[in-house]
Ligand binder design. Structure first.
Ligand SMILES: [Fe+2]
Length: 382
């Protein structure tokens, strides 16, 4: 086995773990924290809950509310300005991927300066970041665990992948009770994102035994529990999705992703489409493209989603991909690109595919994907 590394934050997991946020902040030396969240979390009451918890520990805060879905470069830069002006010491993000990625971007600029686009790609961040606590309110995006941060460059209309070990927060708090206030759509979008993370990390060229076991467990838990979680809102099923999300995140943070995420970033950045909407459209098509490079690993995935091995690895791999298509169909989500993108927008597709080739996630795809390959995939799922 080649030399490998596996980095994860301290993870506080379980029902009611949000209550430990104040103690965690104090442990990191917080006197005045910089809070990042969004309107949905405010409305659901979780932000106020967190403020009360901090207050109990005698910790002050400054709140930055300027976060939207698909966070933008200027929002990160405004946040960093506010961080610097207020003499805050610890950053706490509560929310899904958008507030957490914004907070990570703010942390980069707070200690490294410059524009956020200066850090696009892998390992461009030189100086240590302020201490960070991430409290995820979804089971899927994994930003609370990962060394990834995805920010949209408004001018170029592209999602930048910023990847560096210092983006792993000090502490990640995962409280499955929060999932109970989430809509069916959000639970599905988050879970299929985690499923894409698990599968792409498993197939990644830099996967290791440490990431592979987490990938496979995550696939099993998501396929086995998502339907039940959205139909019944059973806390047990929601908790399994949280476990799956943590596992998938530990896997992809260390093994990175692949061509599907590269394309999803380019499409999402250009059309401002929610990240989780794109996976049921793209994932199986990219798996079909990758099948020739990774038959055995595809068969491992097939065995998990089918619950059995068929005659050959190729048969198992193929049937597994088809079963995933059925799984997405059962969730009643879009499986065609034209359902989420206007017909006349097709003219941008070549440029989008050329952008996807340059995304850092494409580097770890099991086989090289050219812009023509991406375009073929887009035609197939149109
Ligand atoms: Fe993702």
């Amino acid at each position: 086995m080649e030399i490998t590394k596996f980095a994860v934050p301290e993870i506080i997991f379980g029902r009611g773990s949000l209550n430990y946020a104040g103690l965690c902040a104090r442990r990191l030396g917080a006197k005045k924290v910089f809070l990042v969240s969004d309107a949905g979390i405010e409305e659901a009451g979780w932000l106020q809950r967190l403020m009360n918890i901090l207050e109990k520990e005698g910790i002050e805060w400054v709140y930055y509310p300027g976060v939207t879905a698909n966070p933008r470069d200027f929002q990160v830069e405004q946040g960093a300005e506010l961080y610097r002006k207020n003499g805050t010491d610890v950053i706490i993000a509560i929310g899904g991927g958008s507030p957490i990625d914004t907070a990570k971007g703010i942390a980069i600029l707070a200690s490294n300066g410059g524009r956020i686009r200066d850090y696009e790609g892998a390992n461009k961040v030189q100086r240590a970041l302020p201490p960070m606590i991430c409290i995820t309110t979804t089971a899927g995006n994994g930003s609370d665990i990962s060394q990834f941060c995805i920010i949209t460059d408004v001018e170029r209309r592209v999602k930048m992948s910023i990847i560096t070990r210092t983006l792993i927060p000090n502490i990640s708090i995962v409280d499955p009770l929060i999932l109970r206030t989430k809509s069916k759509t959000l639970i599905i979008e988050s879970a299929v994102d985690a499923l894409a993370h698990a599968i792409e990390a498993y197939l990644s060229r830099i996967a290791s035994p440490f990431t592979e076991m987490h990938s496979l467990k995550a696939i099993e838990l998501i396929v086995g529990n998502l339907k039940d979680a959205v139909d019944t809102r059973s806390l047990d099923a929601l908790e399994q999705l949280s476990t799956a999300s943590v596992s998938a995140s530990m896997a992809f943070s260390n093994a990175s992703l692949g061509a599907e995420h590269a394309l999803a970033h380019s499409l999402g950045g250009h059309f401002d489409v929610s990240h989780g909407v794109l996976h049921p459209i793209l994932l199986t098509a990219v798996m079909r493209f990758n099948r020739k490079y990774a038959v055995q690993k595809m068969a491992d995935i097939g065995r998990i989603v089918l619950g059995e091995q068929l005659g050959s690895d190729l048969d198992t791999a193929q049937a597994g991909i088809e079963r995933l298509d059925q799984f997405f169909a059962g969730l009643e989500v879009s499986q065609r690109l034209r359902e989420v993108v206007e017909e006349e927008e097709w003219r941008y597709m070549e440029a989008i595919c050329k952008m996807a080739v340059r995304d850092a996630c494409n580097l770890t795809n099991p086989g090289p994907a050219t812009w023509r390959d991406f375009l073929k995939i887009c035609e197939e799922v149109w």
